[in-house]
Design a protein around this ligand. Structure first.
Ligand code: V47
Length: 401
């Protein structure tokens, strides 16, 4: 920034004028949004942008999470999931056959999911072929599910551990069936924070470089930000600006790009930052809204219900978010870090949550092809406003007696 540039904090009204004129926001604008006392005004502004892009359409998918190893050489202070070494109490490493059995058991009572999302620890004891075999087995045994596997941190680790370049890793995994990358491992990019909370894994530049390579290979990816621990608002804004700059480059490249941004609320149970209080609902909603306004080149902002609770995620649909993630079935990263985290939701729960927010539920696949658009009106098996008015719930109580 040069000395002649204006650096004082703009007012919320000034930022709102820029947003409505379609102008790109600066770091100072982002800070002003995080600090504005006009919390509802901020939400309404983010909602305007969300509705301009998506109207009432609100996306979800039917996905399943799989973590095949929690053995991890990285020492992230926020993590409650990792075990340092194979053989330690609680350390789990599935064989490929066990991974498939686990997946089949998880999805035995559901319609076949359209996405399997795999995130693992950085396990030094596995050969690279393990990951290739895992992808091939997923393609064979769960052909309806697209494979969104391994964070950029994992890809970067594979490159170092197996003496390949990140591009070679991505090419080999793509040949084995990898279709997209999840957004994990981004945490907070700024080195003032990154060196304190996760100093022994991919840096911001390395994380972004993996996504850049993936985009160049035609793979769509997501991005996250772990907030609500030791970072300041300025660190959050810096994180968003780095993602926006990378997205500009990827869009110019013309092949693939980030699809969704997912702010992840820090959960303190059972990790090296357990003395911190965790986020509040207001901070969760504010962060969604600012993300929507700063990330003008991202199509989708996810209110990830596992991280923010289904109730806050639902309100998030009026604060800039247009996606609630999916059914999940069950995951272990948040269940390890939060005593209260729910395991999974039924599709009908997600649809109800979206409909009661006054939105149109749209089932999507990983890359946002529309699979099913639900009507706004009555839905089988879900709560209906009319039912509540007519006292149908009282009748249910009567029937149970
Ligand atoms: O990278 C770990 C975060 C991430 C904690 O791409 C924690 O669609 C809060 O990336 N408190 C993994 N967060 C999850 C993830 C994700 C989730 C949903 C959708 C997508 C997507 C990606 O979870 C990790 C880390 O940033 N995490 N520990 C914790 N204690």
């Amino acid at each position: 920034m040069t000395n002649t540039e204006k650096t004082e904090m703009p007012t919320f009204a000034e930022v709102a004028v820029k947003v409505r004129a379609g102008q790109r926001l600066t770091a100072e604008d982002g800070l002003a949004l995080f600090e504005t006392p006009d919390f509802l005004g901020l939400g309404a502004l983010a909602n305007e942008v969300r509705e301009r892009r998506h109207g009432d359409r609100t996306y979800y998918n039917r996905n399943v999470r799989l973590e095949t190893t929690n053995v991890c050489v990285a020492n992230c202070r926020f993590c409650s999931f990792a075990k340092l070494e194979t053989g330690m109490p609680g350390a789990v490493t599935m064989t490929v056959a066990q991974a498939i059995e686990t997946l089949k058991a998880k999805t035995a009572n559901t319609a076949p999911p359209t996405e399997v999302h795999v995130v693992n620890g950085l396990n030094p004891d596995l050969p690279f072929t393990y990951y290739e075999e895992l992808l091939r087995a997923l393609a064979e045994h769960m052909p309806t599910a697209s494979r969104k596997c391994f964070t950029a941190v994992e890809i970067h680790y594979f490159a170092r551990r197996y003496e390949l370049t990140p591009r070679q890793v991505l090419e080999r995994l793509q040949a084995a069936g990898l279709q997209s990358l999840p957004g994990g491992g981004a945490e907070i990019f700024h080195p003032e924070v990154r060196t304190r909370i996760c100093d022994d894994k991919a840096t911001a530049e390395e994380w972004l470089a993996v996504h850049r390579e993936a985009h160049a290979l035609g793979m769509f990816t997501n991005a996250t930000m772990l907030y609500g621990h030791v970072e300041t608002y300025a660190h959050r804004v810096d994180h968003l600006l780095r993602l926006r700059a990378q997205q500009d480059q990827s869009i110019a490249g013309g092949k693939a790009r980030f699809l969704a941004f997912i702010p992840l609320a820090f959960h303190p149970d059972g990790n090296g930052m357990r003395q911190l209080p965790g986020t509040t609902g207001i901070d969760d909603l504010r962060t969604l809204a600012v993300s929507r306004l700063m990330l003008d080149n991202f199509d989708h902002i996810k209110a990830y219900w596992v991280s923010s609770t289904p109730k806050v995620a639902q309100i998030g649909l009026s604060f800039g978010a247009d996606d609630v993630d999916g059914t999940i079935v069950s995951e272990t990263i948040y269940t390890a870090a939060s005593k209260k985290a729910p395991e999974g939701l039924l599709e009908e729960d997600l649809v109800r949550l979206i409909r009661e927010a006054g939105r149109i539920p749209v089932e999507r696949d990983t890359v946002y092809n529309v699979l099913k658009e639900h009507p706004r009106a009555a839905l089988e098996g879900a709560f209906k406003v009319r039912d509540r008015r007519q006292g149908k719930h009282l009748q249910i109580l009567g029937e149970a007696e």
